[in-house]
Design a protein around this ligand. Sequence first.
Ligand code: CTP
Length: 396
Amino acid sequence: MPENKTIVLGITGSIAAYKAADIASKLTQEGAKVEVVMTPSATKFITPLTLRNITGRPVVSDMWDLSDEFSVEHVALAEAASVVVIAPATANIIAKLAAGIADDMLTCVVLATKAPVILAPAMNDNMFQNPITQDNLKKLKVRGFTIVSPAYGRLVSGKVGVGRLAEIEEILCVIKKVLGRNGDLKGRRIVVTAGGTREPIDPVRHIGNRSSGKMGYALAEAARDRGAEVTLISAPTLLPEPKGMEVIQVETTLQMKEAVDKVLSGVDALIMAAAVADYKPAQIWGEKIKKHSPTLTLKLERTPDILAELRGKLLKVGFAAESQDVLKNARIKLEEKRLDLMVANDVTQPGSGFDSDTNKVSLIFKDGRVEELPLLSKREVAEKILDKVASLLEVK
Ligand code: CTP
């Protein structure tokens, strides 16, 4: 999480400079201290005042203007930074950095910092594809810079090509990944399942459940931001696909099981947050069922239990959404499925049901310990679960 981290956001003179305001805003909202450094040409595209209002911090654009209370020299910014992000990065700043030139505040900060540097180039497609720019980017990559490749799309010239600033969500995700690179899940491979599986009845109908996928997605994102290599196996949800991880979309329980089995080798932990259909229609109608008869009987048959059938030494975390005898039922499932940790929640509790942004859960451990958590946001619940996953992995 960028919370309480100092992020130096460098903005250079590109038409995409206005998009930096969105990056600054999102990072500030997530609790980061965003220090904006603009090149003089960036100020022709967007005013320092805009960024100052968004971040609540003074904006540095002129290296020689020491009149401001924030007449901080580049070394202080370079030292305070947890990460330096230049978005958009023009061909010019890329060339200067590749050549080691430091002639403005931004290049001075980059040269003086020990923090990781992320560049999100944005420019005309010919400029981007020019071997000079490509060589410069290669050189910077070798030096450890992280490059967020520009996207394909409409450019200012009216042409379509590669050169548009990458999607803001992608840039934010790279920032979080870089910030979390030394997190407590660094080097761990974690598989998270999410959403509710669907079992088709006919071409237009299915048996489903009310899972929104929010808990599983929060877990996958939180694990990514703590340094884990994450695979998210998702049954259908209405949520945008998270960036910075492998995402495998599935529909049925069987497909989810196949996906889990396929990715499992070398995995440290499996977190089964998905609400998995226990039964599927014994027969799938090839054509839409017509309402000819007054009643219709569906014969259902059991689907495999993904968690219970799993072998291997990996850490297994299950979820038990219960409506009665929550702890007792969850404990039985933990034992039957040989889990390390069971997350139990009472779906009848306010704020704890499906599609809610909050959750109130109890954590049940293999050794019988129970830890009750207060009502928290799903992201906070995810962080608490991952605290346990990280320490259980330490001793495993
Ligand atoms: N689960 C699974 N495969 C299934 C059913 C459930 O892997 N076919 C996993 C879920 O993802 C969850 C845990 O098992 O992590 C418990 O799921 P839950 O639906 O609460 O329990 P069930 O075993 O299905 O038992 P019941 O429906 O009878 O309560």
